[in-house]
Design a protein around this ligand. Sequence first.
Ligand code: SF4
Length: 81
Amino acid sequence: MQKLIKIQITLNQELCISCGVCSALHSKAFEPDSKTNKYKVTPKYQVIKVTQQELEQLQQVAQACPVQAIKIKIIKNGNVN
Ligand code: SF4
């Protein structure tokens, strides 16, 4: 069984400056929010089980955000089913 890590991704729209970097780097996880003209986490990625490699990709996106609006919280690290 592949080891999966359950994570929660949040994006603080009060900080977001709508630069689009997050969506450009990972369009499955981040998309424009037409209601606020900011960006948001896609529904699928708000709470998701990912591989270590996917987690590292998402952490790189969070680091690339110029205003540190994206947070990734590890809910459970192990063989999540
Ligand atoms: S990278 Fe940060 S500031 Fe830019 S759109 Fe995404 S959340 Fe907003």
